[in-house]
Design a protein around this ligand. Structure first.
Ligand code: SF4
Length: 303
């Protein structure tokens, strides 16, 4: 494996490529990457580098986001079939129907969505900044998509606004139950429970901290606690442990495993670097409209 990783690093240098890996990717992919993090963070860092090529190890909407914010770079995505089950739950027709029903409500779209959906949205958000994004809007009614759990979590902070949501969800966060969390807390009574806002409301109610993946990494680093129950996709346990070798991390549920996030192998990555393909291409008119929604979000501070 080590030899293959060295070959990949040599190829990346030769092709002037930067390898980006999402926090949920398998450990051997995270270890060979130039940068790891959440999808937006990765694309924004990539936009600032000299690299001519971005190889994205994640799922399709993430590679698309890199293509939206880095139009001058070649974005290579080793396994195009790696989709996102939540992003698949909404169509442009669904968005148009919501707009027709609530014509005064601006559309806030979670970045975990395909480019066509971003292109018909007013502003994007991440799981780290959804509250600040909604706060920035004067409107009293908001359409929020595609994740109903993130929408309901965000709604908690705005008693004076009404958030209408599309009933999409991440199957690998929504699967976590109250019973599983209680069981994990009983097994690890000293542990702090961190939940991702894609979890169900009743699970959020049990959380000591509600954080995005980057937020969980920061929280674990800064916290004085020694043990943590992790309520997000199990891939995050690897960077958590790597960054905090003296702390213990337990998955809230082994069922929180996104298969699409584990598709890309080191062999796929090597082949993608050798051939500089498959490439993600976004039609320019759609890219420009999607970029408007992303750029509007970027003007708002993350927290
Ligand atoms: S963990 Fe959920 S939101 Fe993330 S890529 Fe997988 S299905 Fe999509």
């Amino acid at each position: 494996m080590r030899e293959l990783q060295q070959e990949i690093r040599a190829l990346a240098r030769e092709k002037k490529a930067i390898i980006l890996a999402h926090n949920y990717q398998p450990p051997e992919i995270q270890d060979v990457a130039d940068l790891t993090g959440d999808s937006l963070e990765l694309s924004l860092k990539a936009a600032q580098t000299e690299a001519e090529v971005i190889v994205f190890c994640g799922v399709r909407f993430m590679a698309e986001t890199a293509a939206i914010v880095c139009p001058d770079k070649l974005v290579v995505f080793p396994r195009p079939e790696a989709g996102c089950e939540m992003a698949d739950m909404i169509t442009v027709e669904d968005v148009e129907a919501l707009k027709a029903k609530y014509p005064k409500a601006p559309v806030v779209t979670y970045v975990n969505s395909y480019v066509e959906i971003k292109a018909v949205s007013d502003i994007c958000c991440t799981s780290a900044n959804s509250i600040n994004v909604v706060k920035s809007l004067a409107a009293k009614e908001i359409i929020f998509l595609p994740d109903m759990n993130l929408a309901r979590y965000t709604q908690r902070f705005f008693p004076d606004k009404k958030i209408y949501f599309h009933e999409g969800f991440c199957p690998f966060h929504d699967v976590l139950t109250v019973e599983e969390v209680k069981k994990a807390k009983e097994a690890h009574p000293q542990a702090v429970f961190m939940a991702h806002p894609e979890c169900r409301p009743e699970v959020i109610d049990l959380a000591d901290a509600v954080r995005s993946t980057s937020g969980m990494l920061r929280f674990a680093r800064e916290s004085e606690a020694r043990e943590f129950i992790v309520g997000t996709e199990v891939g995050l346990l690897y960077p958590l442990k790597k960054q905090n070798p003296d702390k213990e991390f337990y998955p809230a549920s082994e069922k929180m495993l996104c298969k699409a996030m584990k598709i890309i192998s080191l062999e796929d990555l090597k082949r993608a670097l050798e051939t500089l393909s498959p490439v993600v291409r976004v039609p320019e008119d759609i890219r420009k409209r999607a970029y408007r929604a992303v750029a509007r979000m970027l003007e708002i501070p993350r927290s």
